[in-house]
Write a protein that binds this ligand. Structure first.
Ligand code: DX5
Ligand code: ZN
Length: 218
């Protein structure tokens, strides 16, 4: 079953609990939390204190996408704050296996992320230890960017590897996924769909989420 992981980056942070509740009413089942440090990506967002507040405001799983240098340093703090799933970038980890193990040791589900310029082959060795792979379909750093069409082939490639290796990790896709691009990524094998700007819009969020899921499940 495909799921909507709504990205709160596009929401109104001053009314975060309401925004999350509204997206959930529209059918969203995962809260996607974009963590940026101004080093790995050219933008700064939020950290463990925000995750802690979110944890008190929703029962939905919190999927923390760490776009930061030295993720190992912060994994315990995200666990403590109440994160359920953590993904780290292949490009940011010197010892990727160790980072993923650290996430699992803290009783969270580990995910690995690859940027648009990274090929799927680079993460073959860690596929058996992840719960999900996040395929970036834009360069990370900002919401509202245009979907990169080559992402569809990368998802398909990953789905094929999953089958060949007899694994069952999930495939998440993030960046520019909207009503017009979602069908292609689902067809290729993605089942956790991150959407920010396609969902959050004043007065239309619930409807947007519902429409998005309807198209994704057609
Ligand atoms: C980009 C973030 C995304 C972003 C998606 O660096 O990782 O999660 O919020 O936003 P949209 O759906 O607007 O592309
Ligand atoms: Zn993200």
């Amino acid at each position: 079953m495909v799921e909507l992981a709504f990205s709160i980056l596009a929401s109104d942070f001053a009314h975060l609990a309401d925004e999350v509740a509204t997206a959930e009413r529209g059918g969203g089942t995962i809260v996607h939390v974009d963590v940026m440090d101004g080093h790995f990506v050219p933008n700064i967002t939020l950290g463990p204190p925000m995750v802690k507040s979110l944890r008190a405001a929703t029962t939905l799983p919190l999927d923390c996408h760490l776009m930061i240098e030295n993720p190992d340093q912060f994994i315990p703090a995200f666990a403590e704050a109440g994160a359920d799933m953590i993904s780290v970038h292949y490009e940011a980890c010197r010892h990727l296996n160790r980072s993923l193990q650290l996430i699992a040791d803290h009783k969270m589900l580990p995910g690995v992320v690859i940027n648009p310029a990274t090929t799927v082959e680079n993460i073959v060795e860690v596929l058996p230890m992840v719960h999900y792979v996040l395929v970036m379909s834009v360069n990370p750093g900002f919401g509202g960017q245009k979907f990169l069409p080559r992402s569809v082939d990368r998802i398909r490639h990953l789905a094929r590897l999953r089958q060949e290796m007899g694994l069952n990790f999930r495939i998440e896709v993030d960046g520019g996924v909207a009503h017009d691009t979602v069908a292609s990524v689902v067809e290729a094998g993605a089942d956790m769909l991150v959407a920010g700007s396609a969902v959050f819009q004043k007065g239309r969020t619930e409807e947007n989420a519902r429409d998005f899921l309807r198209v994704a499940r057609e």
